[in-house]
Write a protein that binds this ligand. Structure first.
Ligand SMILES: Nc1ncnc2c1ncn2[C@@H]1O[C@H](COP(=O)(O)OP(=O)(O)OP(=O)(O)O)[C@@H](O)[C@H]1O
Length: 479
């Protein structure tokens, strides 16, 4: 029978859970503090740990990390109050299998979650994620970040929390919103999207909340807004950063109270829709520029998913291009040089631009060969050719070059008198970390003629860490 560890300082909650789980036949152990956890954790193997995020003497997240690192087979559920949902999402990012909100309104759901985890159905979840991503039109295979985002999106989809999706234009934000909707219990209800940037303020408000007859010139009939139409479904607010300050105030009210009124109306209406919003701009910056309300952002981004631009997941380009070709219904293939050129290009318009390039290539093919070659690609793609030659250089040889270039780039930003893009700086630091990790592993692997165990010993790291450095931190990015 499975051993379950409860880490919870509220004795009432802990005892209730313990009673509930013992009734189901589990062996239950309770730690009322971080100290209690340390003592119990040493004593036996646990199959599941239920961890409160707030403890008097330590953080639930530290305990979670301890469990996932030292007892990876132990499943973890984080317990949280509503005000700490953001922490729970952090926990999911750190590897918690799930989170539950206190008080436990739905014991059946808790029971199902526990049974699911203990029956080791994680692999089923992985298969479901892949299946659903495909169904939602999201093609990705090699990008670790995309897979991490899909897993996070899948885990939070059934929860009643709002999601903000940030990413450049054409990165697939709307597809992600669909994915979340389909993975949620709302999937039988409507999914309604609205572009907040495409409509004037009065029109947008009328679209969102509806209007009464005669509310404004031209309002000949009463009309439902999308909050009403979406009902218990999902409302996708695209380009939320474009909503006017006045509309933002109204949206905030809906998010705070679940209530709104039609334009020109007096009846207070209730909504139960889940809000997924999307933006191509950094809303934190918009707050600094006073074009976006901080309190609204706080409500919208309980979970924030940042979709990486296509140039940061070049390994997926071949697959996505083939998928887009398949969608055209024309029997054509890409030749290798064409694929390499596509992989070298920077894709400011992301997947949408790639889709246009594929359509362009098909439209200019008149040789009947059924093969797309560089001559069918637009000029802008061909101009990336010089990079191909540089990329062909062995990575190890260019490590010093990379370091010099990195330092020069950073100093340039440092000495620049203008506005600093801090996110870019931090991204550069991540690139440095990734490349250094990989370069050292590759160097030692050369010395050990590929013997990974010997390499891990020489570097004084675990095999897991070595694999991590190679796989997760090893995607070529030095050009
Ligand atoms: N991973 C992907 N695999 C396959 N197709 C994709 C992928 N990501 C995006 N697309 C396609 O690219 C196009 C743009 O996607 P989508 O509209 O979801 O992006 P977006 O980020 O919402 O764009 P915008 O910011 O301009 O509204 C769509 O045709 C979509 O099907």
């Amino acid at each position: 029978m499975a051993n379950i560890l409860i880490v919870e300082d509220d004795r009432e909650v802990a005892n209730f859970l313990s009673y509930f789980l013992k009734e189901k036949g589990f062996e239950v152990y309770i730690a009322y503090s971080g100290k209690g956890f340390s003592e119990l954790f040493e004593q036996r193997v646990y199959h599941l740990a239920l961890i409160d995020v707030k403890l008097p003497d330590s953080s639930g997240l530290d305990i979670l990390e301890d469990v996932t690192e030292h007892m990876p087979s132990c499943k973890t559920i984080v317990m949280t109050g509503y005000s700490t949902v953001k922490v729970a999402v952090e926990a999911i990012k750190l590897g918690a299998n799930d989170f539950i909100e206190k008080p436990f309104d739905d014991l059946n759901a808790l029971e199902r979650t526990i049974d699911h985890l203990l029956a080791n159905k994680e692999t089923t979840a992985e298969a479901s994620i892949q299946w659903l991503a495909k169904e939602s039109g999201i093609v990705t295979e090699k990008s670790k970040e995309m897979n991490r985002l899909l897993t996070l999106a899948y885990k939070i989809a059934p929860k009643n929390i709002n999601v903000l999706i940030q990413g450049e234009t054409g990165t697939g934000k709307e597809l992600f919103a669909h994915f979340i909707h389909r993975a949620s219990q709302r999937n039988e209800q409507p999914f309604i999207g609205i572009n907040c940037g495409a409509l004037s303020e009065p029109l947008l408000e009328s679209e969102l909340f509806g209007h009464e007859k005669g509310a404004f010139t031209g309002a000949a009939k009463e009309r439902k807004g999308v909050f009403e139409i979406a009902g218990k479904g999902t409302l996708f607010l695209d380009e939320i950063g474009e909503a006017s300050m006045s509309t933002q105030v109204k949206l905030l009210r809906v998010l705070e109270t679940g209530e709104y009124m039609r334009v020109g109306g007096e009846t207070v209406r209730k909504t139960n829709s889940r809000i997924i919003s999307a933006t191509h701009v950094d809303l934190a910056e918009a707050i600094t520029n006073r074009t976006f309300r901080e309190d609204l952002l706080y409500r919208l981004d309980v979970v924030k998913l940042v979709i990486p631009p296509l140039r940061e997941r070049k390994d997926d380009i071949r697959l996505i291009a083939e998928h887009l070709l398949g969608k055209t219904g024309v029997a054509v293939q890409l030749n290798e040089v064409a694929v390499t050129l596509l992989e070298q290009y920077d894709w400011p318009g992301n997947v949408r631009e790639l889709s246009n390039v594929i359509k362009h290539a098909i439209s200019v093919m008149d040789d009947g060969s059924g093969i797309i070659t560089p001559k069918h690609l637009p000029r802008k793609i061909l101009s990336g050719k010089s990079l191909v030659i540089e990329k062909a250089k062995p990575k190890e040889e260019s490590f010093e070059e990379f370091l010099i270039q990195w330092t020069e780039d950073m100093l340039e930003v440092w000495n620049d008198e203008g506005k600093v893009e801090m996110e870019l700086v931090l991204n550069k630091v991540k690139v440095l970390e990734r490349e250094i990790g990989r370069a050292f592993v590759m160097k030692v692997l050369k010395e050990t003629v590929g013997d990974r165990q010997d390499a891990a010993r020489r570097l004084n790291i675990s095999m897991r860490k070595l694999r991590y450095l190679l796989n997760e931190k090893g995607q070529p990015s030095i050009k």
